[in-house]
Each structure stands twice: as structure tokens, then as C-alpha cells.
Write a protein that binds this ligand. Structure first.
Ligand code: DGY
Length: 322
């Protein structure tokens, strides 16, 4: 019987997914579950048949020089942490785990939008610190979400799921921008109207939620200029990738009240959060929890297992991105 392909997994997965992987492959898990060094990942790329990284690993062109690994089965949908051009040049296939995290990521984006609008983080901090003096008509007044206009930047699966919640659940008006064509009937079923540019969305929306990919093409898509276009009192939500927002510019705008509030799940230099953001009351900060439900995290692992299984069986992996 042929030896099973050797797979290195950079972080621990939920038990059920690890068991499924271990049934089909000769697997090495990163037992202590801390980020692997660049040297350790480079060595793994030269020793194993496959590496299964995730968003906390930066897979650089240098790591992809002379690899033995023929596939990077990423655990996660976003892959801006992988040098995909270098992977292509090196003949390394890259796969991701789309679809299975759509609803949970949209749920988290919606939670952040509500929490930022209704000042939940601030309220909880006040209460826990013993600072709540009781109900009063002027206490901790927030922004109404129901019926407001939501601007979605990036109208892929997660952006559409956000629109569905906003329109059908909260009676919101939805506008969106996406560089790719979107079926007008689908957009209409979500009550969503297309806008030509990101500027148009940013300038018209009461709430802006980011659902575009990260990477160089969208680095600082939301910069000081676009923040300046936002309506007074607007609220920004980012569950996409940290690099999409210029954190220093956002912190400055939150600090002087030009942006009313923000809800963030992703950061430019994870796990480091810009110190100015940490000081502000009007930003809700989550530690990259978009896909963090047991159902979704198991499903992401199973998806990576399917990609590896197809690849090593000589089939096209279902979720190939490079
Ligand atoms: C994703 O799947 O891209 C999540 O952000 C975790 O990487």
C-alpha cells in the first residue's frame, strides 16, 4: 500500500476535523498551537507533501522556493497571507475553505454593527466597573440600525449574507459596490442597489460593512480620504481583512467624532491592535471571531480535508484559488 501523503498543519483544528484529516493522511500537528516561525514553515515546505496553514501564518515567496510540498490547503477563506503568485511559479496549488463560514461571518459582522451602534461594549464596561447610576432618558444614546442605509463593499457570499440580514431582518436599505458583475435579480431579492464606486457607497451609507478581499489590491481601501467622505455619524464595520482599513486614520476619525463608531474583527498587524484604537470607547474590538462557531470551524477543517483528498487522488481540488 502506498504511503499516505505527509501533511503539516500549522495550528490545531477542532477535534473532529483533525480526526478526519488523520484518517486519510500522515499528519503532523503543531502540538503547542503557537504561530510557527518563518524558518519552521520554510522547513515544513521542504519536508512535507502538503502544508495546511491559516491566517496567522504569512507564507512568503522565500518559503516557496524549492518546495517538496505540492499543495497549501489553507484553513480559511481569505488567502491574502499567501504569496499566491510565487505559489503558482513554484507549482504549488493553493486551496481555501469558502461557503462554510458565510453565515457565521455575516452574523458576527451584524453583531459588531449592532454593538457599535448601540454602544454595547461601552455600556458593559460601565456596568462592570460599577459606574452605572441607573436608567435615565439621556443615558448612552446610540444610533438606530433598523431602517437605516447599509453600504456593503464587496458583494460576494458574505456581503450578500449581510444584505439578507439587513434587508429582510432589519428593513434596511442596502447599497453595494463590487468590481465583478452581480446578477440584478439576486441583488433585487436582497433589496440591494448597486453603486459604481466605493466612494459612492461610503458617501451615501449610514453603516458601511467591508466584505472585500484583503491583500495589496485593497490595502487601505478605507483611507483618510474615504473616511472623510463618510456621512457625519456613520459607523464602519470590518470583518474582511485588517489591511483594508488604515487603522491610524480610522482611530483619528473616531477620536474626533467624524466617524461615530466602528466594529472591528480584523487588524492590520494581528494580534497587535493599534494603540489608539484600544484607548477609544466608540470602537467595538473583537479578536478575529468571524468564523468562530463550532459548526463552522469543523466545516472549515472538513473542507480543507476534501481539498487535500481530491488533490492527492489526482482530481481538481474543489476550492482551488491558485
Ligand atoms: C477566514 O476564513 O478568512 C477567516 O478570516 C479566518 O482566516
Amino acid at each position: 500500500m502506498a504511503a499516505k501523503p505527509r501533511v503539516l498543519v500549522t495550528r490545531r483544528w477542532p477535534k473532529a476535523a483533525e480526526l478526519a484529516l488523520a484518517e486519510r493522511f500522515d499528519v503532523t500537528f503543531n502540538e503547542n498551537d503557537t504561530p510557527m516561525s518563518a524558518e519552521a514553515i520554510t522547513a515544513a515546505m521542504r519536508e512535507y507533501d502538503a502544508v495546511a496553514p491559516t491566517v496567522s501564518d504569512r507564507i512568503t515567496a522565500e518559503m516557496l522556493a524549492a518546495p517538496s510540498a505540492r499543495i497549501l490547503a489553507n484553513y480559511g477563506v481569505g488567502f491574502s497571507h499567501i504569496a499566491t503568485d510565487a505559489a503558482k511559479t513554484a507549482g504549488v496549488v493553493v486551496t481555501n475553505t469558502p461557503g462554510v463560514l458565510t453565515d457565521c461571518t455575516a452574523d458576527l459582522a451584524f453583531s459588531l454593527m449592532l454593538a457599535a451602534a448601540r454602544r454595547l461594549g461601552e455600556g458593559e464596561r460601565e456596568l462592570r466597573s460599577g459606574g452605572w447610576s441607573g436608567w435615565r432618558p439621556t443615558h448612552m444614546i446610540g444610533t438606530k440600525v433598523s431602517g437605516a442605509t447599509l453600504g456593503i463593499v464587496g458583494f460576494g457570499r458574505i456581503g450578500q449574507a449581510m444584505a439578507r440580514r439587513a434587508h429582510h431582518g432589519f428593513g434596511m436599505r442596502v447599497i453595494f459596490q463590487d468590481p465583478y458583475p452581480v446578477d440584478p435579480a439576486l441583488a433585487a431579492s436582497l433589496g440591494a442597489e448597486r453603486r459604481e464606486t466605493v466612494d459612492d457607497v461610503v458617501a451615501e451609507a449610514d453603516f458601511i460593512s467591508l466584505h472585500c478581499p484583503g491583500g495589496d489590491e485593497n490595502k487601505h481601501l478605507i483611507d483618510a480620504r474615504r473616511i472623510g467622505l463618510m456621512k457625519p455619524g456613520a459607523i464602519l464595520v470590518n470583518t474582511a481583512r485588517g489591511e483594508v482599513v488604515d487603522e491610524a486614520a480610522l482611530a483619528a476619525a473616531l477620536s474626533d467624532g467624524r466617524v461615530a463608531a466602528a466594529g472591528l474583527d480584523v487588524y492590520e498587524r494581528e494580534p497587535v491592535v493599534h494603540p489608539d484604537l484600544l484607548k477609544l470607547e466608540n470602537v467595538v474590538l473583537a479578536p478575529h471571531l468571524g468564523s468562530a462557531t463550532s459548526e463552522t470551524r469543523v466545516a472549515m477543517g472538513m473542507c480543507a480535508v476534501e481539498n487535500l483528498t481530491a488533490f492527492f487522488a489526482g482530481r481538481e481540488p474543489p476550492n482551488r484559488v491558485a
